[in-house]
Write a protein of this length. Structure first.
Length: 186
């Protein structure tokens, strides 16, 4: 049995110098087509052998690089997700900071929703009582003839604040406020 290279050599010789009669012979064209096919096959086989050798030599290195790229892509996706989270946190923090900078007095509806949360209470006629307090809802309870809605707990003591005094004798804020700052904004 002839080798591939032997067949290619024989077909090359057969088709190298065609005569006029060869052009009319189907065998000639079959031999030319077969030669072309075998050359392409040999070229593919040689390329495949070269690729196989290259993969045997470089395959492990290529796989390591591929693993590193996959890990880097996963790390990038993780970092991107973290950055998106940080970005969302930043936007929320920026909005919160803007609200704190405005710091308007809390409305009654806002105070009602803040049970158990700290607020800054400004007493307009007694700066010593001004400070942070914890809101505890209190049922309607008469205090000196005025209904009380909230009890502010501070330093272990309870202070009852009247609805009618809100905005006149006291006000509540989300953050600490000084009278000088209030007067400067007025």
């Amino acid at each position: 049995m002839k080798t591939l290279d032997g067949l290619i050599e024989d077909l090359t010789e057969m088709t190298a110098n065609p005569t006029e009669g060869d052009y009319e012979n189907e065998g000639y064209y079959l031999a030319k087509d077969t030669l072309l096919y075998l050359k392409m096959y040999r070229s593919d086989k040689i390329q495949w052998e070269a690729d196989r050798k290259l993969w045997a030599e470089k395959g492990p290195e290529i796989e390591k690089k591929q693993d590193k790229l996959i890990k880097a892509a996963k790390d990038f996706q993780k970092a991107k997700a973290e950055m998106e989270g940080i970005s969302a946190d930043y936007v929320a923090l920026k909005q919160w900071w803007a609200e704190l900078q405005e710091n308007p007095p809390l409305s009654w509806n806002e105070l009602k929703d803040m049970e158990g949360k700290p607020v800054w209470v400004e007493y307009m006629d007694d700066e010593q009582q001004t400070g942070w307090a914890l809101i505890v809802k209190n049922p309607e309870r008469p205090t000196f003839g005025k209904p009380t809605l909230f009890t502010f707990v501070r330093d272990g003591g309870r202070f009852y604040l009247t609805i009618s005094g809100y905005g006149k004798t006291w006000q509540a804020y989300r953050q600490a406020y000084s009278k000088e700052r209030i007067n400067a904004q007025s």
